[in-house]
Design a protein around this ligand. Structure first.
Ligand code: BGP
Length: 480
């Protein structure tokens, strides 16, 4: 982080746009808890107690921290009050599909689930916080996984359509920004969590996975079409796990290997933004003998392109033509470690300039507004007492976010249209990849431990006051 080039340039215009959305991001399955309350059905998360690398259990087990989460289901009012205290103007959150349709293929929605999100959105609005709603954030109803093999099955498009119609008609007056699928490009890497695909990973072919991804792409475009028809003011975005891939060396073979890795991710944004499959992907399918099963109707639906591109950004990685080089850990995808970068405690490489790179790449590729939907540092925070008040001195998190936000400002100075920044896990929650509490991202500490113990009390960390000031000054304090 302390690298020379990561400092902001002196003469840049240090300005975030006037209506910049400042806030945080959470996902239902990682914070709500109440996994079986008020008619909620099970989701794929309720049977993955140890994250994407662990086993899938037959039924929920007590060691699954997500079953209780941070109890946002019962504490959302006081949590949203804390977000408002920081000055949030936006909150990205997801709806748990299985709270609305407990099995996914039910005839009628669950009224109690619908009422819960009515209350959450009303509470946001009370403070002038704009809800940005992810329709599907790694929360496929478990029944759809077990009965249909999740998104491998084209039938899911219809279930998803019914679900989004329910959301749009119920919440259209309360929600303007919608995101169709969280990190849609993670399906190939995490088929169960991301695609609700119950068939074990080792039994799936690349064709199975790309077909499933195609079904999600069609469903996403269909949701966009329906939103535009039903809600003329709505803005719909896709959400991509962004991870710039740099060539490990200037060897042209490495450069092309990096390009190819980039394309495997860009493909999803290309389809969402341009409404058709890019040529490089068609060639890949052709050469690999992969048949996507594209219908004429699919082609028409895909033409419904998104209004904005949102993405998560935590890290970059390297690629080489030498496929024997070991890959490091990272946000679901991972990659070859970059010798110029430091890493987080979880081995994710820290690269603030990569954010400027990604913002420029997407904007000048698509000319659509961009939302930084996730960014932050997962760290093992230590709760201390300061003047008798519990807190965390998370200077490392402040340093990480400050460096990234400065690079966002650089991108804005480059002419990139950035709509907002929603810091991931603005309140500590259960991690997605490893399903633990110890990996914390929040401005707010939640007293809960990996073994499930803790009071669930909330405490403001040092970064709470820091972010509050960033928002109050519309980013100007980043440059003091
Ligand atoms: C993204 C997911 C989030 C989130 C984040 C951090 O992949 O969209 O749900 O959790 O990564 O990952 P983790 O929680 O594993 O640290």
């Amino acid at each position: 982080m302390g690298r020379r080039g990561a400092r902001p340039s002196k003469n840049m215009e240090k300005k975030f746009p006037k209506n910049f959305l400042w806030g945080g991001a959470i996902a239902a399955n990682q914070c709500e808890g109440a996994y079986d309350e008020d008619g909620k059905g099970l989701s794929v998360q309720d049977v993955t107690p140890h994250g994407i690398y662990g086993e899938i259990t037959a039924a929920p087990t007590p060691d699954n921290l997500k079953l209780k989460g941070i109890d946002f289901y019962h504490r959302f009012r006081s949590d949203i009050a804390l977000f408002a205290e920081m000055g949030f103007t936006a909150l990205r959150l997801s709806v748990a599909w299985s709270r609305i349709y407990p099995n996914g293929d039910d005839a009628e929605p669950n009224e109690k689930g619908l009422q819960f999100y009515d209350s959450v959105f009303d509470e946001c609005r009370r403070y002038g916080i704009e809800p940005i709603v992810t329709i599907s954030h790694y929360e496929t109803p478990l029944h759809l996984a077990r009965r249909y093999d999740g998104w491998r099955n084209r039938t899911l498009i219809g279930f998803y359509e019914k679900y989004v119609r329910t959301l749009f008609s119920r919440y259209g007056g309360k929600v303007k920004y919608w995101i169709t699928f969280n990190e849609i490009n993670s399906l190939l890497h995490s088929p169960f969590m991301s695609g609700g695909i119950a068939t074990p990973r080792e039994k799936l072919t690349e064709q199975d996975l790309y077909r499933a991804a195609h079904h999600e792409l069609v469903a996403s475009a269909l949701a966009t079409k329906i939103a535009h028809e039903m809600l003329p003011d709505a803005k719909v975005g896709c959400m991509i796990l962004s991870m710039p891939v740099y060539p490990l060396t200037p060897d042209p073979d490495d450069v092309l290997a990096a390009l190819s890795a980039e394309q495997k991710n860009d493909f999803y944004a290309d389809v969402h933004a341009r409404g058709e499959y890019p040529g490089y992907m068609l060639r890949y399918f052709r050469e690999k003998g992969i048949r996507i099963d594209m219908t004429a109707e699919d082609e028409e639906i895909l033409k419904n392109t998104v209004d904005f591109i949102s993405f998560s950004y935590y890290m970059s990685a390297c690629e080489s033509a030498d496929k024997s080089l070991p890959k490091g850990p990272g946000n679901i995808i991972g990659g070859i470690p970059n010798p110029y970068l430091q890493q987080s405690e979880w081995g994710w490489q820290i690269d603030p300039q990569g954010l400027r790179f990604v913002l420029n790449k997407y904007y000048y590729r698509y000319q659509k507004p961009l939302l930084i939907a996730e960014n932050g540092l997962g760290a093992a925070d230590k709760l201390i007492l300061e003047g008798g008040v519990p807190t965390v001195n998370d200077d490392y998190r402040i340093e990480y976010m400050q460096a990234h936000l400065r690079q966002a400002a650089e991108a804005i100075a480059d002419g990139v249209e950035v709509m907002g920044y929603t810091a991931w896990g603005c309140i500590d929650l259960v991690s997605a990849t490893t399903a633990e509490m110890k990996k914390r991202y929040g401005f707010i500490y939640v007293d809960r431990n990996n073994d499930g113990s803790g009071t669930l009390d909330r405490y403001r960390k040092k970064s709470f006051g820091w972010y509050k000031r960033v928002i109050a000054t519309n980013g100007a304090s980043l440059f003091e």
